[in-house]
Write a protein that binds this ligand. Structure first.
Ligand code: GLN
Length: 292
């Protein structure tokens, strides 16, 4: 094991938890204890809390050699979810890798908001644009199997992961490649009741200020844009062209940009309502077509 601290002669679950916590602390890693808990549980194929029922369990050579590269990757600040290759979203396990953003809890709230708003509607056509890991589309399809889901991304590599996730969860979703700056969708994909998007919304100028764990490892094209307003203007245009009368556009936004983003979408014939997340931050917009 890579270390200067006292290395136990025999590794048990407890000695590994304690040693690696100190090791990660020394490397300035966020949530050091939680990090080793996740990595060790992943290596042993058990639940994180089950570690606490088997403190004295010996770690075998094979397990130690599987754990070692994971420890080194975490010590280099790589997000846990990329090391284990998975995360949890809306109670569903999602495969993730450096080609897709790690789904955030805020985005679960976007799914929840949509599900609540349309709980009494049947058989809706829904498009998720900029789907990444596919998490929004898959969560919606799992919640509402009667809906017909389409999901697009500009990245082929993201689409490959999203398709795998959809297959794992047995979700039939129409995946296709698309750049959200193109208002015309390919083939006969149009007339949606709901369009949803969690686009890149961190201004490129903020890149230096955000946590290196995010900016160094997560895909820049999913996070940053030099003109965030134009991203939402493009989504407004795309939604205007592809929503049915009465259709609704739901977007996740940068908490400090609610007003200007609302304006950018409103220009395309929407009345826009800002919704807070559980932390009270303005995080979502519900954009309804204005009837004329
Ligand atoms: N919420 C993400 C973050 O703060 C950003 C997601 C996005 O740009 N769509 O890291």
């Amino acid at each position: 094991m890579p270390d200067k601290a006292a290395v136990p002669k025999v590794w048990t679950v407890l000695s590994m938890l304690d040693w690696a916590t100190a090791y990660f602390e020394g490397k300035g890693i966020n949530q050091p204890r939680l990090s080793i808990e996740w990595l060790l549980a992943d290596t042993l194929g058990c639940k994180r809390l089950d570690l606490y029922l088997q403190f004295d369990r010996l770690l075998h050579t094979k397990e130690l050699s599987a754990l070692k590269p994971a420890l080194l990757r975490r010590a280099a600040h790589e997000p846990l979810q990329y090391i284990t290759g998975k995360t949890d979203f809306y109670g569903l396990e999602m495969k993730v890798g450096p080609d897709v953003l790690i789904p955030r809890p805020e985005t679960e709230q976007l799914v929840e908001l949509i599900c609540n708003d349309i709980s009494d509607r049947q058989n809706l056509r829904v498009l998720d644009i900029g789907t990444g890991s596919g998490c929004i589309a898959i969560a919606l399809k799992t919640e509402r199997p009667d809906f017909s889901l389409a999901a697009a991304d500009i990245s082929e590599r993201a689409l490959a992961i999203a398709m795998k996730n959809a297959a794992t969860h047995d979700c039939e979703i129409d995946f296709f490649r698309h750049d959200l700056f193109q208002p015309r969708l390919p083939d006969d994909r149009t007339s949606f009741d709901v369009i949803v998007s969690n686009p890149p919304y961190i201004p490129l100028s903020e890149k230096q200020r955000i946590d290196a764990e995010v900016s160094k490892f997560e895909p820049a094209e999913a996070l940053f844009h030099q003109d965030v307003r134009s991203v939402y203007g493009a989504l407004g245009r795309l939604a205007q062209a592809n929503l049915r009368a009465g259709g609704v556009l739901y977007v996740e936004i940068h908490e400090e940009m609610g007003e200007e983003i609302s304006k950018a979408v409103a220009e395309h014939g929407f009345s826009v309502a800002l919704k807070p997340d559980y932390a009270g931050k303005s995080r979502m917009l519900v954009c309804s077509q204005q009837s004329n």
